[in-house]
Design a binder for this molecule. Structure first.
Ligand SMILES: Cc1ncc(COP(=O)(O)O)c(C=O)c1O
Length: 407
């Protein structure tokens, strides 16, 4: 059967991606090789279990693929154990909770409004509905307050402390986080979904020496397929010799059934790509570009929370512009610049009408853009927000053609 309807929609989405500029910091362009693996015959195979311990026959080659993904992941992040089966970041975090937090035991994570993720204990998520959750905030400057984190952890005694974020523009102090773990006895989960590519390339400190478990999605700065991995550290194994077994058991059979081995093959490729000098150069440029974009926006009168960025993203505070984040995001999309509305720390507006815009540089950097283009993008954003949408859209299209989407 030839399905022209879906083919046409995919074609239109491809055009949209080519003609617009993606500043959503959690998005990226996976390589053609990764996309080929994801669309391969591996998607036909059921492989419940782990390499050498499958519930279905015919998994000899699948075992080799999964072992390759595991070995490359362990090498890239320097950990003794990796599980590459989580379907995505949310189920991976669910597996950690299932593995380490018993009924009635507490989980502690960063507030969504401060930049944390839903799965870190927010009330609408399983993590806040089925577990008593406590949430830490950022200080008046938008920065993590490790002293407050420690105080809360000592009082609340969480079984699991989650550190990591979906909208935080600064470096995490993993050593300090590790000390809090030592003092309180909590397991520490570092959720590096956003910054994994920077960590792999040495552009953000690694949490591995200081925490027990690390989770990352594989499709953001890491530039792989949509998926996630769970890493168990030496420190984690020293604290709990069964930690790796607990995590594996929680992923399968605790949370999931058959792993998506087509994605696992894509993860194996992405881990190899991320170990190259080209990728390290890419990650360095992601950070440089974010700094340049933040500087450009500030020069044009935009307020950036925390006064800038150390990583791949920034939050634009629109309160004094008389615009909500959603209004700004819609105006920018009309001009071909794709972003997302986001709460800013201590947002005066309700969650459905946040006052900020979250923007980042992983995708534009993959397209080869550098500092001069960041300066230009800041100016295009300013003009689009002033209402000059048609002209900006044409210029964005031209820029997109000069820096084509890879693959
Ligand atoms: C920090 C963090 N953790 C977890 C997730 C969840 O990942 P996914 O969207 O793949 O479920 C995300 C992505 O939104 C994230 O940013």
């Amino acid at each position: 059967m030839i399905d022209t309807e879906v083919a046409e929609l995919i074609g239109r989405e491809e055009e949209r991606q080519k003609e617009t500029i993606t500043l959503i910091p959690s998005e990226n362009y996976a390589s053609a090789a990764v996309r080929e693996a994801v669309g391969s015959v591996l998607s036909n195979k059921y492989a419940e279990g782990y390499p050498g311990r499958r519930y279905y026959q015919g998994n000899g080659i699948i075992d080799e693929i999964e072992n390759l993904a595991i070995e490359r992941t362990k090498r890239l992040f320097g950990v003794p154990h990796a599980n590459v089966q989580p379907y995505s970041g949310s189920p991976a975090n669910a597996a950690v909770l299932l593995a380490l937090v018993g009924p009635g035991e507490k989980v502690m994570g960063m507030k969504l409004a401060a930049g944390g993720h839903l799965t870190h204990g927010h009330s609408v998520s399983f993590s806040g509905r089925f577990f008593p959750a406590v949430q830490y905030d950022v200080d008046e400057n938008g920065l993590v307050d490790y002293g407050e984190m420690e105080k809360m952890a000592l009082v609340e005694k969480p079984k699991l402390l989650v550190v990591g974020a979906t909208a935080y523009p600064r470096i995490f102090d993993w050593q300090r986080v590790g000390e809090i773990g030592n003092k309180t006895g909590a397991y520490i989960l570092a959720d590096i979904s956003h910054i994994a590519g920077l960590v792999a390339a040495g552009e953000h400190p690694s949490p591995v020496p200081f925490v027990d478990v690390v989770m990352t999605t594989t499709h953001k700065t890491l530039r792989g397929p949509r998926g996630a991995v769970l890493l168990v550290t030496e420190k984690g194994l020293a604290k709990d010799a069964d930690l790796a077994k607990k995590i594996d058991k929680a992923v399968f059979p605790g949370m999931q059934g058959g792993p998506h081995e087509n994605v696992v093959a894509g993860i194996a490729m992405a881990m190899a790509e991320a170990a190259t000098p080209e990728f390290r150069q890419y990650a360095k440029q992601v950070v440089k570009n974010a700094r340049e974009l933040a500087a450009g926006l500030m020069k044009l009168g935009y307020k950036i929370t925390t006064g800038g960025t150390d990583n791949h993203l920034m939050l634009i505070d629109l309160v004094d512009k008389g615009l909500t984040g959603k209004e700004a995001a819609v105006a920018l999309e009309e001009a071909g610049i794709v972003t997302n509305a986001n709460a800013i720390p201590h947002d005066p507006n309700p969650p459905l009408k946040p006052s900020g815009l979250r923007v980042g540089t992983p995708a534009v950097t993959t397209r080869g853009m550098k500092e001069p283009e960041m300066k230009l993008i800041a100016e295009l954003m300013e003009r689009a927000l002033r209402g000059e949408k048609e002209q900006v859209r044409a210029e964005v299209k031209k820029l997109g053609m000069k820096f084509p989407v890879p693959g």
